[in-house]
Design a protein around this ligand. Structure first.
Ligand SMILES: C[S@@+](CC[C@H](N)C(=O)[O-])C[C@H]1O[C@@H](n2cnc3c(N)ncnc32)[C@H](O)[C@@H]1O
Length: 197
């Protein structure tokens, strides 16, 4: 079975999806083979509605068709990079940035393979179905791409192990639970250098 996080080709069937996030209307083109092709995922919405004090350089990790990076660029004074391993997602995120009138930089990357700068914020609805090994690579290696005091913001459902993930993140970051909504945890993990580093 083809998953949204693979590059297996499914026949394309683009659809227009409309949604309102914080009083602004967005149009997103979605397609087969991308995450939440039926429109804005509830976890992603919860994450976007929780974001505060975002500014500077932002990485939208696993951008899908682009809702996180596009919302961030529209609402905060930021430079936004967006990455995904899925080629169709990359194309849609580019197209949707244009449709929604925002200037973002979208590129293909397998985890951080094509990322070569440090960010003030990495924001993600991370891929859970890829399994723990890749998931923790994404979450722990984020630290190498965050400036000192940079913040990783993620949404995870409690059924997907939000509490355990928070505990594990505490080994490396200063972790704060920003919001809980219908089982979705919005987690902020701050990159703080210790005296030993
Ligand atoms: C849960 S979806 C979130 C999509 C989008 N940000 C949203 O909120 O609708 C996770 C995304 O991570 C991408 N992904 C999976 N494995 C990846 C990897 N190794 N490197 C980069 N992106 C990956 C998937 O293709 C998918 O688009």
């Amino acid at each position: 079975m083809a998953h949204y996080f693979t590059n297996e080709e499914l026949p394309s069937k683009e659809k227009n999806e409309y949604c309102i996030i914080k009083d602004t209307k967005y149009k997103f083109v979605t397609d087969n083979g991308v995450f939440s092709k039926k429109g804005l995922d509830f976890g992603t919405r919860t994450l976007l509605e929780s974001l505060e004090n975002i500014k500077g350089d932002v990485l939208d990790f696993g951008c899908g068709y682009g809702p996180i990076g596009i919302f961030v660029k529209k609402n905060f004074d930021t430079n936004v990079d967006m990455i995904d391993v899925n080629k169709r997602s990359v194309l849609l995120a580019k197209k949707n940035s244009e449709i929604n009138g925002v200037d973002t930089n979208v590129f293909e990357s397998d985890i951080y393979s094509n990322v070569n700068k440090k960010y003030d914020f990495i924001i993600s609805n991370p891929p859970i179905r890829v399994g723990n090994e890749i998931l923790y690579k994404i979450l722990f290696e984020a630290r190498n791409y965050l400036k000192n005091n940079g913040e990783l913001w993620i949404v995870i459902n409690k059924n997907q192990g939000a509490k355990t993930i928070m505990k594990n993140l505490e080994k490396m970051y200063k972790v704060e639970l920003m919001k809980k909504n219908k089982g979705f945890y919005i987690i902020k993990a701050k990159n703080q250098l210790t005296n030993c580093q």
